[in-house]
Design a protein around this ligand. Sequence first.
Ligand SMILES: NC(=O)c1ccc[n+]([C@@H]2O[C@H](COP(=O)([O-])OP(=O)(O)OC[C@H]3O[C@@H](n4cnc5c(N)ncnc54)[C@H](OP(=O)(O)O)[C@@H]3O)[C@@H](O)[C@H]2O)c1
Length: 252
Amino acid sequence: MKQLNIITGASRGMGLAIAQQLCQKNNVIIGLSRNVSQELAQTARTQGTNLEQWPVDLSNAMPVAQQLHRWLNQFNPSTVEQVVLINNAGVIGHMGPLTMEYAEQTEQTMRINLDAPMHLTAAFLTATRAWTIPKKIINVSSGLARRAMAGSAMYCASKAGLDHYSRCVALDEALQTNGAKIVSLAPGVIDTDMQRALRQGDPSGFPDRQNFIQLKETGNLLSPEQAAQKILAYLARTDFGVNVIADVRDPV
Ligand SMILES: NC(=O)c1ccc[n+]([C@@H]2O[C@H](COP(=O)([O-])OP(=O)(O)OC[C@H]3O[C@@H](n4cnc5c(N)ncnc54)[C@H](OP(=O)(O)O)[C@@H]3O)[C@@H](O)[C@H]2O)c1
């Protein structure tokens, strides 16, 4: 299926693997991260994919959302069969109790993990309102949106917010003609820079550190490529959007 894909955090980790797997002929991809990936650019060239990588900082997402809105307004939707927004970029934030010295990091984490998906989703929904092709949004959530963990209040709160935000958008879109389908999707545990950061947390404020070390040592992490496959398999499910709060491990 020829698809327009907008994906945040496409420069590395799972987002890069998703973008790589979406690099198929005739697909259009916009990657949004601070850095651009030469590896992704090379794959796109080889596969004949129309790729744009926008070097943007999603801790200040409002101008990025405006840029996306303008770009979508000039795009001809009859050239694709489906349009997809994947809000994947995320940061772990401070690992430890939330004290005042981490105020700036709290703001930064909430901006990237929650504000940015909200601004980009608003731009996406506004610009595509009259489009009649299927519209899908994946907000990359986490098991930690649904299970509290000590020393990770910023991350857990941002992802729980993303889940509840997605529930509300789903209700709003159900009232629209040809509304978008939205899923807040937990991707499993993946061997990326984010996991590296968890393994390096200070155990005095982050008691679960040893569990993350063990997951790595026992080979229980998904590779970014495996995780990307699961995300894209979920996107292709015929029941996509029926359960707004989902996990790639949910049975079909
Ligand atoms: N890894 C796991 O085990 C795990 C588990 C559950 C959920 N998740 C979720 O899965 C998603 C992907 O995680 P990952 O493990 O692949 O993370 P990662 O390897 O740390 O990659 C994070 C991505 O987000 C982008 N990003 C970070 N800050 C940004 C900013 N200010 N502006 C724009 N882009 C920014 C990074 O690009 P730049 O540095 O180029 O900006 C990068 O592409 C996240 O939402 C994460 O919360 C991960």
